[in-house]
Design a protein around this ligand. Structure first.
Ligand SMILES: Cc1ncc(COP(=O)(O)O)c(C=O)c1O
Length: 412
């Protein structure tokens, strides 16, 4: 067992001390499924043969080892394509959604810069979209970062007014990784299609949680990842439309010409097989699991909202089934997290950037003031969580908040 005491200086110079331990039977309940998820046993089972017996390089065309790898990748590509209404040739395998976003945004900018140099995105996107956009700005492109409403939703009139004749790309995420808000993807897709603007969506959090169809939603490029859906880390894909319109993309990784020249690098067969299995399971179980997660989320919210001064972040219903994000009045954010740590693993409403703790840019964008943003908790409920766990977390969160408020009142 590894354990110890963590001590932290919080606002007003007070010190908060919490016990932590890494012993397997006392590990906290995992409610951080937007960060990553455990790999499902069924996914592991599908992957295993491709580490050992069937280890061949799918690009080896002269022997059975290569053919086995190639067949597995072909099958996986078909599964992935079917899940989103695409064709297998439209799937470009990548190392995850960060790479897919970079390929989509930089790849389109480089291929279409003679047509226009304007890109539209949201203030609440993941940094894997924001940073490539900022990079484009450094190259002379103009990027409009649209504000969202206090519920986290994009106002389509704002999008319409931002669209220009030189706009080449709109990038809007399907589901937000902090507040779970689901953007109106089909409506955005239709607006882009009408104006001949390419539409990219980062669906890292959405795939397998909400229905996604690249045809019905007029999506031209879509980023996916496996590890948010009980698949392995280090594998993802970019969907790239091949017809009506055929999207051109400048590759960002050059080499052996894999993935039709759009992404060179030896294909990671075990991860690709696991990715496809994870998507197949996620999409197949989506309806029942979505309902179960909504019920668990409601159970948690019903318990927490009995306290005063608890604010829900993001739209009340138009959000991912497993997402609950709350801001808590009258407590210090760091103390709150420290108090929760022994019982529940969650994320806070702040992020460490260059060793400085900053309030989340998403909570800032929906208008939360910094103090409330610091004192925020993102609960990400997932496939392996139970109602009993939710009850334990609710009870512990309530008592932690009450204890911290009492301590603040005593000091005040
Ligand atoms: C919305 C969103 N986009 C992109 C990413 C990055 O995905 P990956 O870890 O596969 O690079 C994440 C993961 O944190 C995410 O939540």
């Amino acid at each position: 067992m590894v354990s110890g005491y963590l001590s932290l200086v919080i606002g007003h110079g007070s010190r908060v001390t919490g016990h932590w331990s890494l012993m397997s039977d006392s590990r906290p309940i995992y409610l951080d499924c937007h960060a990553t998820t455990p790999v499902d046993d069924r996914v592991v089972a599908a992957m295993l043969p491709y580490f050992t017996d069937r280890f061949g390089n799918p690009a080896s065309i002269n022997h059975i080892y290569g053919w086995e790898g190639e067949a597995a990748v072909k099958q996986a590509r078909e599964t992935l394509a079917t899940a989103i209404g695409a064709t297998p040739e439209e799937i470009v395998l990548t190392s995850g959604a960060t790479e897919a976003n970079n390929l989509a945004i930089k790849g389109v900018a480089e291929a279409y810069f003679s047509k226009g140099r304007h890109v539209i995105t949201l203030e609440t996107e993941h940094n894997a979209v924001l940073d490539p956009c900022r990079y484009l700005e450094s190259l002379g492109f103009e990027v409009t970062f649209l504000a969202v409403g206090s519920d986290g939703l994009l106002d389509l009139h704002k999008l319409e007014s931002a669209m220009r004749s030189d706009t080449i790309l709109v990038s809007v995420m399907a589901a937000n990784n902090e507040i779970g808000v689901l953007q109106p993807i089909a409506e955005i897709g239709a607006m882009c299609r009408d104006r001949g603007i390419l539409f990219h969506t980062d669906a890292a959090q959405a795939i397998g949680k909400i229905p996604l169809d690249v045809g019905a939603m007029s999506i031209d490029l879509m980023s996916l990842t496996a590890h948010k859906l009980y698949g392995p880390k280090g594998i993802g894909a970019l969907y790239v439309r091949r017809r009506h319109p055929r999207v051109k993309l400048a590759p960002q990784l050059h080499g052996g010409g894999h993935e039709r020249g759009m992404r060179s690098g030896t294909l990671a067969t075990p991860q690709i097989v696991g990715f496809a299995k994870a998507i197949e399971l996620g999409v197949g179980e989506m309806a029942a699991e979505g309902k179960r997660l909504c019920e668990l989320r409601q159970r948690l919210w019903d318990a927490l909202s009995t306290l005063d001064g608890i604010h829900l972040n993001g739209h009340p219903t138009q959000r991912l089934p497993g997402n609950l994000n709350v801001s808590v009045e009258g407590v210090d954010g760091q103390a709150l997290l420290l108090g929760l740590q022994p019982v529940v693993a969650v994320s806070s409403g702040s992020a460490c950037t260059s060793a400085k703790i900053e309030p989340s840019h998403v909570l800032a964008a929906i208008g939360r003031d910094p103090d409330l943003a610091y004192a925020s908790i993102r609960f990400g409920i997932g496939r392996f969580n139970t109602a009993e766990e939710i009850d334990r977390v609710a009870e512990h969160t309530q008592s932690t908040i009450q204890a911290l408020r009492r301590a603040t009142r005593r000091r005040g």
